[in-house]
Design a protein around this ligand. Structure first.
Ligand code: NAD
Ligand code: DAU
Length: 356
């Protein structure tokens, strides 16, 4: 079986669903269920006996060790993290606790378990750490995209905490021989994306007739990858990645934020026209920029293609169309999330931002 952390979050739940679409191998899904964890994402697995959900915190090393001893995983796939850059700016402490201390605690529990395995199981074991392209910092318009040897230069408390975790993972391979794999991926989008992030926030705000808040001039560039493609890449790295290696994962889809929002408005104008006419673009509002906002991310994903044969299956055009359709047909999922806590976040992040 495999042990997944953070499998009730956006990418983790997509990964677990995707796993069972391709395999009958058991999954222990270990998640703290923070505001970002949502068991509704896993509703379709309710009767699947190979899926075992356990609520817990990756900082709790004893609980992790007991679960490893009980379930004897052949691999750990580590998604659990605090993941939202704006939240890391307003409250960095939780990011250090979960992303740095939590990854350390998971590594220690994994090392203790792995050290006690028989030689063949030790060789076959994998610790796959899911990380981000943000560890590389920011690019100028003409810079080449990030590759696996680009120096780390994280700029936000979120990316710094992920960079620290990546370094710990690297050290556990180098020092103890733990068979680790690290993936650094660009911006994901797709089903179950929490509506605090750009794409789902814009879709849900547009449909609610609310403002579409663009930070600064909206010319910041991100590389976008459909979440299903990220899941396929992780499965492939787990299957055939070389221990100790890192793999960059990206969509070859660089877009400026304002262009992304224009695209979303245009799709919505076509598939869910506004009552009373007019374009959703009229809801776009410029707001104060994110402090320390990285200007551009871009990924050179040639290593994973060359070594493991992975390439994204979706273009931005196909992926974004699917994503809008998913939000249109899952309005209840969005309504369930828009709880008191979520509304508090919207107030904290946006109501105190001056218009730009
Ligand atoms: P998310 O915020 O949607 O989900 C995180 C999950 O981790 C939630 O289910 C949450 O309950 C759980 N969690 C948080 N703290 C925990 C703890 N202490 N113990 C156990 N579980 C805990 O995040 P996401 O967007 O799905 O990202 C998943 C991973 O992928 C993260 O490590 C993130 O850094 C990385 N990543 C994300 C993106 C992206 O675009 N979203 C891109 C590249 C890499
Ligand atoms: O690059 C990978 C990273 O992508 C992941 O590691 C992070 O976990 C994930 O959250 C994401 O980080 P970003 O900061 O790029 O994503 P976000 O959706 O928050 O913002 C995308 C861009 O849109 C960014 O330039 C900020 C801008 N933005 C965002 C919001 C929420 C706005 O202009 N307005 C907004 O309201």
């Amino acid at each position: 079986m495999i042990f997944v952390t953070g499998g009730a979050g956006f990418i983790g739940s997509n990964f677990v669903l995707d796993w069972f679409a391709h395999s009958a191998e058991e999954v222990v899904n270990f998640d703290k269920l923070t505001y970002a964890g949502n068991l509704n994402n896993l509703e379709s697995l309710r009767t699947r006996k190979e899926h075992l959900f356990v609520k817990g915190d990756i900082c709790d090393r004893e609980q992790l060790q007991a679960l490893f001893a009980l379930h004897q995983p052949r691999a750990i796939v580590h998604f659990a993290a605090e993941s939202h850059v704006d939240r890391s700016i307003l409250g960095p402490g939780e990011f250090v606790t979960t992303n740095v201390n939590g990854t350390f605690s998971l590594l220690e529990a994994a090392r203790a378990y792995w050290s006690g395995l028989a030689p063949a199981a030790r060789d076959a074991f994998r610790f796959l750490h899911v990380s981000t392209d943000e560890v590389y910092g920011t690019l100028g318009p003409q810079d080449p995209p990030f590759c696996e040897t680009t120096a780390y230069a994280p700029n936000s408390p979120y990316s710094a905490s992920k960079a620290a975790a990546d370094h710990l993972v690297r050290a556990y391979h180098h020092t103890y021989g733990l068979p680790t794999l690290t993936t650094n991926c660009s911006n994901n989008y797709g089903p179950f994306h929490f509506p605090e992030k750009l794409i789902p926030l814009m879709i849900t705000n547009a449909l609610a007739g609310a403002p579409l808040p663009i930070y600064g001039d909206g010319q910041q560039v991100r590389d976008w990858l459909y979440v299903g493609d990220h899941c396929a890449a992780i499965r492939r790295v787990l299957e055939a990645g070389r221990p100790g290696q890192t793999y960059n994962i990206g969509g070859w889809n660089e877009k400026a934020n304002l262009d992304v929002v224009h695209t979303l408005c245009d799709i919505l104008d076509r598939v869910a026209p506004k009552d009373g006419g007019g374009s959703y673009r009229t809801q776009i509002t410029r707001v104060q920029d994110r402090p320390g906002h990285d200007r551009r991310y871009a990924i050179d994903a040639r290593k994973i293609e060359r070594e493991l044969g992975w390439r994204p299956g979706e273009t931005f055009e196909t992926g974004i169309e699917k994503t809008v359709q998913w939000y249109l047909s899952h309005r209840e999922w969005v309504r369930d999330i828009q709880s008191g806590d979520y509304l508090k976040w919207i107030e904290q992040n946006y109501f105190n931002r001056n218009a730009a």
